[in-house]
Design a protein around this ligand. Structure first.
Ligand SMILES: Nc1ncnc2c1ncn2[C@@H]1O[C@H](COP(=O)(O)OP(=O)(O)OP(=O)(O)O)[C@@H](O)[C@H]1O
Ligand SMILES: [Mg+2]
Length: 543
């Protein structure tokens, strides 16, 4: 009979059901807890990093050069931390926050390292990107922990590198996590629980993008702009980085003069590359030649093994000679230091100019002269070969950017002198936009005509430069001066000032024997701009 055997089966099904109903949810919850635990184990654990003043790679004030203002401000804070009683007696409070901002590689992180070494206070460093997490609230918790640890050990300095990662203006982050992190930072810096004796130093590249609440007095009260170094500053930085290298007759001031606009990181790189060049040549000392090579590599890129046919080589030589000729003849333009038609990096040839001094303001005529030099390469090609190549794309890009900025940003147009016109301003009328375009066209046409005038008037000198360049491939300052003197320049010193004055007058000079008057009309730009070159054209003449 089947009945007695069915009963235990039914019973067991019943038991299983009850068991499952009781235990399965618990098992499921347990599994979730284990999974979360495993995820937490693999999540990056970031602890505030405490930097001891006597750590092995400690950096002193002597290692930071060329940023004297920033150094002076930070030294004040270090003094405060060392001897806070002296200031407190006078009722002074320690500055709460110091924000170092400026272009990349100017030494912001390096300055913070020097502060860590020089002040007697505890120093905690953490990168702002370590506060950015997938889980809401985790970043804020990390900020809380950082300040808690620092407060326990006060007086202390907290350094937050690359502050832009969390400091961007609130309300733009969809998840809200970054805003929460920033709010916590704001509260810690100047809220109910804020404490004395904690200084927050932060570094950032983009001051404009930071939230205004961060920048108010009481939070980052001191904002220090760490600018790219000037000439004496570059000299000092080069000295710092070549201290441990045996130099043989290297004129560091000359290197400093050739590196206008470069930041400390680039200069450190040049010193290192120079030492590598010397090592590769199995020498015991680093020579000026190594620095020249290193500079060339950093500015223009590695020498490439591209094979260039004879015609292309002639075109490149005339292109660079055009740049050099106009640089020599226009007084406001920096002198040419070196011309090369050896391909490097993306450039097939380049002309290096050497500024006499650091300049901070430029007038309209100087900017136009700069455009003349940029366009001179293309104009020389056109005058000599009657054809234009893709080689001038980089020059044309710079001319476009410069002329646009002159009209829209610097108010250097004839009809738009009292307004700045930001590119993303949608309230600008179509008529104004057209005016900007017309004014820009006028400027570039003017520069083109001037370049043409100069090149036609000095065709023998252009030929001499190009021929010597084809023979030697690289021309240095002395070679250029010699060629200019031999080609019968009025003053023979490579910088005939009266000549330059003439070149600026809108008078067409005598046409040289090889170019007939028709081709002059052909090369003058008409109302229609020259068709844009192929985008893959070579970039050249880094300056
Ligand atoms: N003023 C300077 N004096 C000496 N060395 C410098 C200076 N500025 C930069 N350097 C060199 O460049 C390297 C990079 O500098 P640093 O890391 O401080 O740049 P940074 O301003 O923090 O750049 P980023 O904004 O990209 O973080 C330094 O390690 C140092 O070797
Ligand atoms: Mg940095």
């Amino acid at each position: 009979m089947p009945a007695p055997s069915l009963l235990p089966l039914a019973l067991s099904l019943d038991t299983i059901e009850t068991w499952a109903l009781t235990w399965l949810p618990i098992l499921f919850m347990g599994l979730i807890v284990v999974l979360i635990g495993m995820t937490m184990r693999y999540m990056p654990r970031t602890k505030p990093q405490e930097i001891k003043p006597q750590s092995s790679d400690s950096i002193g004030w002597a290692e930071v050069a060329g940023v004297d203002e920033a150094k002076a401000e930070l030294r004040e804070v270090v003094d405060f931390m060392r001897d806070s009683k002296r200031f407190k007696r006078l009722g002074a409070k320690v500055p709460k926050g110091i924000l170092l901002h400026g272009p990349p590689g100017t030494g912001k992180t390096l300055l913070a390292k020097a502060v860590a070494h020089e002040s007697n206070a505890k120093f905690f460093a953490q990168s702002a990107s370590s506060f950015v997490e997938m889980f809401a609230g985790l970043g804020a918790a990390r900020i809380r922990r950082l300040f808690r640890v620092a407060r326990k050990q006060a007086p202390a300095i907290i350094f937050i590198d690359e502050l832009d990662a969390v400091g961007a203006t609130r309300g733009k982050d969809i998840s809200g996590e970054k805003d929460q992190t920033l709010n916590q930072l704001l509260v810690e810096m100047d809220g109910f629980s804020s404490a004395d004796n904690i200084v927050v130093v932060a570094a950032s590249n983009l001051l404009d993008k930071l939230d205004p609440a961060l920048l108010r007095p009481g939070r980052f009260d001191r904002q220090i702009f760490v600018a790219p170094p000037d000439l004496p500053g570059r000299h000092d930085i080069l000295r710092v980085h070549s201290r441990d290298k045996p130099l043989g007759g290297v004129d560091l001031e000359m290197v400093a003069r050739q590196t206008s606009g470069l930041a400390g990181a680039d200069l450190a790189n040049i010193c290192n590359e120079a030492a590598i060049f010397a090592g590769r040549a199995l020498r015991d000392v680093v020579l000026m030649q190594d620095f020249e090579n290193a500079l060339e590599r950093v500015v223009a890129g590695m020498q490439s093994r591209r094979v260039i046919n004879d015609h292309e080589k002639r075109v490149i030589a005339y292109h660079e000679a055009g740049h050099a000729l106009c640089s020599e003849l226009l007084t406001s333009v920096e002198r040419v230091h070196k011309i090369s038609i050896v391909p490097r990096g993306r450039a097939l040839g380049y002309t290096l100019n050497l500024p006499e001094e650091d300049r901070y303001l430029k007038d309209k005529d100087e900017l136009i002269d700069h455009m003349v030099v940029l366009l001179a390469g293309r104009v020389a090609e056109h005058v000599v070969f009657g054809a234009i190549t893709t080689g001038a794309s980089d020059d044309l890009k710079r001319v476009y950017e410069l002329s646009r900025a002159m009209i829209a940003e610097y108010g250097m147009g004839t009809a738009l002198m009292s307004r700045r016109l930001p590119p993303d301003d949608y309230s600008v009328s179509d008529a104004t936009r057209r005016l900007v375009d017309d004014e820009q066209q006028h400027l570039t046409d003017m520069a083109w005509r001037r370049a043409l005038e100069v090149i036609l008037a000095h065709r023998p000198l252009l030929d001499a430069l190009a021929t010597t360049l084809l023979q030697q491939e690289v021309l240095l300052r002395a070679d250029i001066e010699r060629v200019v003197a031999e080609a019968g320049s009025p003053e023979g010193n490579g910088k005939p000032s009266a000549e330059a004055g003439e070149a600026r007058k809108p008078v067409l000079p005598p046409v040289s024997a090889e170019v007939d008057t028709d081709s002059v009309a052909a090369v003058l730009p008409s109302a229609a701009p020259v068709p844009p070159p192929h985008p893959s054209g070579r970039g050249d003449s880094p300056r």
